[in-house]
Design a protein around this ligand. Structure first.
Ligand SMILES: NC(=O)c1ccc[n+]([C@@H]2O[C@H](COP(=O)([O-])OP(=O)(O)OC[C@H]3O[C@@H](n4cnc5c(N)ncnc54)[C@H](OP(=O)(O)O)[C@@H]3O)[C@@H](O)[C@H]2O)c1
Length: 196
């Protein structure tokens, strides 16, 4: 698959590295050409501008701060692309007041919220398995079938968690769980396993 990644930071490194190792054609797009080139070289990808990375891709990962989405989406056309949004509109354990709907800000794109629940170190694991169970990754949006194989490439189990209308719930879940983790609690322990 041709994957464009907008951003040159931690999530771009972790997920881009995983997908490049699985043989995908990954292009790292950054506002700083040097950082894009460095990361691309390290993970075995191509480098370009934000627009070049999106233009060369079938699937585009938004790996920038949530607050940067409005300007990035205004500058980079994403029509016809499947867009994975891993951003968290979260500050100090709370949802920010200025939440951006990627589906509204990127007309003509098919948007999936994914990879926002876990810390970047989890996405670097090969594979993320805890207590003998592979990590389940909830996907919300309107191209879940396209993104699901990219979840499997990480050794994880994709979970179809609903459409665009469920994205707010997934973002709120991230805010809640991140708050628990930062408070030193085991967030996974707050829910019983399914058989119970
Ligand atoms: N880190 C985690 O554990 C984690 C887990 C799940 C989800 N997320 C989400 O993933 C997203 C990326 O997180 P990260 O940890 O990868 O962040 P990061 O390491 O700080 O990288 C952010 C990237 O965004 C770029 N950027 C910032 N503002 C920009 C703008 N206005 N226009 C274009 N590019 C801009 C930065 O470019 P420069 O280098 O030029 O500043 C950098 O390449 C965030 O939305 C975060 O909420 C993170």
């Amino acid at each position: 698959m041709r994957i464009g990644i907008l951003g040159t930071g931690n999530m771009a490194d972790a997920l881009g590295g995983q997908w490049a190792r699985r043989g995908h054609d990954v292009t790292i797009g950054g506002r700083d050409p040097g950082r894009a080139a460095d990361l691309a070289q390290r993970i075995g990808a191509r480098a370009g501008t934000l627009a070049e990375a999106a233009g060369a891709a079938d699937v585009v990962l938004l790996a920038v701060p949530h607050a940067a989405l409005r300007s990035v989406l205004a500058a980079v056309p994403l029509q016809g692309r499947v867009v994975i949004d891993c951003t968290n509109p979260v500050e100090h354990g709370r949802l920010t007041d200025d939440r951006i709907s990627v589906a509204d800000a990127a007309p003509g794109a098919r948007v999936v919220k994914a990879f926002n629940l876990c810390h970047v170190d989890v996405w670097r694991m090969t594979p993320p398995v805890f207590g003998g169970r592979p990590l389940s990754v909830p996907l919300c949006g309107d191209a879940v079938d396209v993104v699901a194989p990219l979840v499997e490439d990480l050794g994880c189990r994709p979970v179809d968690a609903g459409g665009l209308d469920r994205i707010g719930l997934l973002e709120a879940t991230a805010a809640f769980m991140i708050g628990l983790w930062f408070a030193g609690e085991d967030a996974q322990a707050v829910l019983p396993p399914l058989p119970a």
